[in-house]
Design a protein around this ligand. Structure first.
Ligand SMILES: [Zn+2]
Length: 320
């Protein structure tokens, strides 16, 4: 079983069963928090949400394979969002746990600065972290908006002293030339395969580790397979004391709020639509039942809150 309530609870420490999970914003000591940086504590673990910027777009076609443009626009309006334009947002994390500095996903990378993204490096510095001090980088999946920041503008590793941990199933899919060659030349999927080779070609093999589901990959951080968006897509449970946080990554992606409301719609980036839908419903049923806080890579900044059941879908309630 790749994803069960028992699995999450077991991995998240017995002490957390009481529903005492909490997301408490931590005020800055002396200065206001920099724009695009938000700190919270999960027990003894400090989690900093970093904005990678926003990429504006015009809505000329439906971002979902299951909804018409008009249905999608109605869904945007229901969340009081504009009908004709949107901004894609991206939220990597910096996590201090057990004396280690961990980065979880890395943003679009420096090649995307002109598009309004690739700002994770600047926000990491604004949060007071030096990329040379990062001990570990954990990757949820291999889409470009999650791995692009592994490499700096000059092609060198952006976190030179970090061990890079990636999902084994993700590695096995993307690095298989048979899968790459099935994708049409020039297609987005083919380009994504090329991008994976470019990025991981820059990371020395000795710094790379592959993980499976249900493993503790850093102190208090446990992996949870959530496939569908990509074959090896992985979420994470952060647990310390009575605090827990589910790092969903792209269980909902794109204009994520719409897919929270309409979990049965296939997202444009969901590589296996039916599997993505099944994973989404299973995880969100669990989060709603447990009132477990969640952070979502594509949810609006600071990308922290809770999932509640609403109608035939769910609703994202941002942290106060
Ligand atoms: Zn993404």
């Amino acid at each position: 079983m790749i994803l069960s309530r028992r699995h999450v609870l077991a991995s998240a420490a017995a002490a957390a069963l009481s529903g005492a999970a909490s997301v408490k914003p931590v005020p800055a000591q002396n200065a206001p928090a920099p724009v695009g940086v938000h700190r919270t504590k999960i027990g003894d673990i400090e989690v900093t949400v970093l904005s990678d910027g926003a990429r504006p777009g015009k809505l000329t076609a439906s971002p979902s394979r299951s909804a018409t443009l008009e249905q999608f626009q109605d869904a945007l309006a229901a969340d009081r969002l504009p009908r004709d334009e949107f901004a894609s947002v991206f939220h990597p994390l910096a996590i201090r746990t057990g004396g280690k500095l961990v980065v979880l996903d890395t943003g679009n990378g420096p090649r995307s600065l002109a598009a309004g993204t690739g700002r994770m490096a600047a926000n990491l510095a604004a949060a007071g972290f030096d990329p040379k001090q990062v001990d570990m980088v954990i990757i949820s999946h291999f889409h470009g908006d999650h791995i692009g920041g592994l490499v700096s503008a000059d092609g060198a590793p952006a976190f030179p002293n970090a061990e890079v941990k990636v999902p084994l199933d993700e590695w096995n899919y993307w690095l298989d030339d048979v899968n790459m060659n099935k994708a049409a030349e020039g297609s987005n999927l083919r380009n994504a395969h090329g991008n994976v080779r470019r990025v991981f070609g820059a990371i020395p093999g000795k710094n790379l580790t592959k993980f499976e589901s249900g493993k503790e990959v850093a102190p208090g951080i446990t992996t949870l397979a959530t496939p569908g968006h990509t074959p090896g897509h992985t979420s994470f449970v952060i647990a310390s004391g009575s605090g827990r946080l589910l790092v969903q990554a792209d269980v909902t992606s794109g204009i994520a709020l719409v897919f929270v409301r309409h979990p049965d719609w296939f997202g444009g980036g969901d590589m296996d639509g039916p599997m993505a839908v099944a994973t989404r419903r299973k995880l969100y049923d669990m989060l709603a039942a447990e009132k477990m806080p969640v952070t979502g890579y594509h949810l609006p900044f600071p990308a922290l809150g809770q999932i509640e059941k609403s109608g035939n879908g769910y609703r994202f309630v941002p942290v106060a």
